[in-house]
Design a protein around this ligand. Structure first.
Ligand code: SF4
Length: 499
């Protein structure tokens, strides 16, 4: 059977240029894993990298037309709003009869499968959760033009428009999966992405990683031997030495998770690679980090999220501020300055919470580097369908849902002063992220002397935050016109420094 897997073009919204929660990083290998499984089953598979290769829909249409796949699989990556261009494209493919079945997969598709099947009649089915087994079932059970509707993990719409779904099971033994197929575009990224584990044992209210994997899909790790076998293959085929583990949570739970990480470190060390990981602060331990650094660990993203225990409890983060500070100390002791996840503005934040967050960031030297400062001083909680926060806020009637984007809700801030400060910081930092996009994404070389300018803008942002927080604490909200004028003035000042 001929199967074309499409990574569709994604537009970047100027408003949301730095918001990272649109799709977990771990989804970047979903297409590769689906392709690996389908190839193992003997199917003829082609991946079209509409996003990474910057393809237009015209060009993608030509490729679909050239292959005329039996199944067109679309990896649906949410990008701030319903993608009507993609839906129109799929309708056209359907009208021209270029394929006999269109299925969607991915985080967005899994969580919004009912909306997608209702809104886009060109899509015949949606894979809910991990794609390998449902995709193999869909392709394996088909005879020309006829597809089984009873595949576990597949949601379908029948002739009367009724949507039905048979729950699938997450893969229990990840070592049993074929290695993912990587396109040339994937190899052009600065690091080769790997997936050493799936799911997370955490239950943060703002996260939808576990909703994607479904019940029965807690953290599952590949064996260190299986991971290293894949790495060895990549090194011998491509000669690369930079890798990134896209696992939402690199470490498994408890002592066993640490033992596994130590075992993996011992296998990675002789290979002399460099790699990055993402993890929870309660899994950062001196001995393990030391071994991982020795084995090539060079960067890590840790989810600090807040400087206040009560906020961490509210997010069900299952960590504490002292664990946050301990993790920072351990990582810095081993020469790693971490990237941090931080939610400065929660829907329930009080001004006092914001003050405590700010003091935490200052105390822990997290307001010294412009890209970090700009991130931590503006980040508000994003509320996506599939998260506990989405359902709770919806129940409380505090979520604004627009017809054009039912996947994401806008939560009202309980406190109007917090809303004002969040608005100022969002406007100013969005302008900065858009201005710096070329350099910070590595597409443009930074001009000489930029570091001093960064230092100046950094100080300006910290001052802006602190002065406005103090003014709101002392005398409450300001007039809207004066706030708008302040934002314009600061943006002009930033432009002046960077020019
Ligand atoms: S630690 Fe929380 S935010 Fe991170 S992957 Fe786990 S549940 Fe999601």
């Amino acid at each position: 059977m001929k199967i074309l897997l499409l990574e569709h073009p994604r537009s970047v919204s100027a408003e949301r240029c730095n918001d990272i929660a649109n799709t977990p990083l771990s989804s970047c290998l979903l297409t590769g894993y689906a392709a690996g499984m389908l190839k193992q089953k003997g199917h003829d598979v082609e991946i079209v990298e509409g996003y990474l290769d910057g393809l237009s829909y015209e060009e993608i249409g030509r490729r679909v037309s050239a292959m005329r796949p039996d199944i067109l699989g679309v990896h649906m990556v949410y990008h701030w709003g319903r993608d009507l261009t993609l839906f129109d494209f799929l309708e056209k493919i359907r009208e021209e009869r270029l394929t006999s079945h269109i299925t969607a997969y991915g985080f967005y598709a899994a969580i919004s499968y009912e909306d997608i099947l209702k809104d886009c009649h060109a899509i015949d089915s949606v894979i809910v959760g991990e794609p390998e087994a449902p995709f193999a079932g869909l392709a394996g059970g088909a005879s020309p033009g006829i597809y089984s509707t009873s595949v576990p993990g597949l949601a379908v719409r029948d002739g009367s428009g009724r949507i039905s779904y048979r729950e699938g099971k997450p893969v229990a033994d990840l070592d049993s999966l074929p290695f993912p197929v990587r396109s040339d575009a994937m190899y052009r990224l600065p690091e080769v992405n790997l997936l050493g584990s799936r799911g997370c044992y955490g239950r943060c209210t703002f996260c939808y990683v576990n909703s994607f994997y479904g019940p029965g899909g807690p953290w599952r790790g590949r064996s260190p031997g299986n991971i290293v076998e894949e790495i060895d293959g990549i090194i011998s085929e491509r000669g690369v030495s930079d890798f990134y583990f896209t696992d939402p949570n690199f470490f498994g739970p408890g002592g066993k998770g640490q033992e596994r990480a130590l075992h993996l470190a011992s296998l990675l060390k002789p290979r002399r690679i460099r790699f990055g990981i993402e993890g929870r602060v309660n899994d950062i331990h001196d001995q393990t980090i030391s071994a991982l650094v020795d084995a090539g660990l060079r960067h890590i993203l840790i989810g600090l999220e807040s400087g206040k225990d009560e906020s961490l409890r509210r997010m069900n983060k299952m960590t504490t501020v002292s664990q946050n500070e301990r993790a920072l100390r351990i990582l810095r002791k081993h020469g790693i300055e971490p990237n941090v996840g931080f939610i400065m503005f929660e829907p329930d934040s009080s001004l006092q919470d914001i003050r405590i967050n700010f003091e935490f960031l200052k105390r822990n030297d997290l307001l010294k580097h412009l890209p970090v400062t700009a991130n931590v001083l503006y980040h508000h909680q994003i509320v996506l369908k599939g998260t506990q926060a989405y359902h709770a806020l919806k129940r409380e009637g505090r979520l604004e849902l627009s017809a054009s984007s039912p996947y994401e809700g806008t939560a009202y801030f309980k406190n109007p002063e917090v809303a004002d400060l969040a608005g100022i910081m969002k406007n100013v930092t969005n302008m900065l992220f858009n201005r710096m996009e070329g350099i910070w994404s590595g597409k443009v070389i930074a001009p000489p002397g930029i570091q001093e300018k960064y230092g100046e803008v950094n100080r300006l942002l910290v001052r802006l935050f602190e002065d406005n927080m103090r003014a709101l604490e002392a005398s409450g909200r300001d007039d809207d016109d004066r706030t708008a004028a302040l934002i314009r003035e600061i943006e002009k000042e930033i432009e002046g420094i960077l020019n």
